[in-house]
Design a protein around this ligand. Sequence first.
Ligand code: MN
Length: 239
Amino acid sequence: MSQYVFPELSQPSLPVEGDGRRYPVARVFCLGRNYWWPDATAGKAPEREPPFFFMKPSHAVIDAQGELNYPPLTEEFCPEIELVIAIGKSGQNISVEDALEYVWGYGAGLDLTRRDLQMAAKEQGRPWEGSKAFDGSAPIGAIVPVSKIGHPSTGAVWLKVNGVDRQRSDLANQIWSVAEVVSHISRSVQLNPGDLIMTGTPPGVEGIQRGDTVTAGIDGIGNLSVTIKHSFLEGNNNV
Ligand code: MN
């Protein structure tokens, strides 16, 4: 056993549906656009551009329940409902045909975004990191094992704010399939058990305010509900 100069942070993890054990989180890959948004398809037939990825730190992953902080430095805080792929086996250069063997389970999660910072970064040609990789930026629901639900390729993907629809699509509308996404990342890095892949969000993303309640889910996989705290300081007593 290694000795550390101070106590290590706890291992980030997520609940597993129907199991008392938890899924230990390693890395978090996030796919850019993976549904057709109206602005991208106006007046022309959509073309599949190669997928691109960004990352969030593993400690950004939190259980998608209860109250969340409104993050600092933003006036445009946006939740994005996304299918989350949970990897269960190491592999690299995985073929599309073999890719589903590497998936351990699925979840529904929120890619929380400081969109004003993202737009500023895009304009300046800078990394998106500050807009995507802040504390608590990846609330994710329970991981449902493939052994229970197989590999869903259809199912409503939806998000409501205070009960009003914001996003509504279907897994069938994803531009890149789960197998294609897993194969693609594995050609860049070795995927390992514990790696999560957030697979992009449908159109309808808009900002939320302090006090708002976000309910979201993917039919056949899971639902989540979180409320944004009324003030930033209110929540920091127990951190
Ligand atoms: Mn996203």
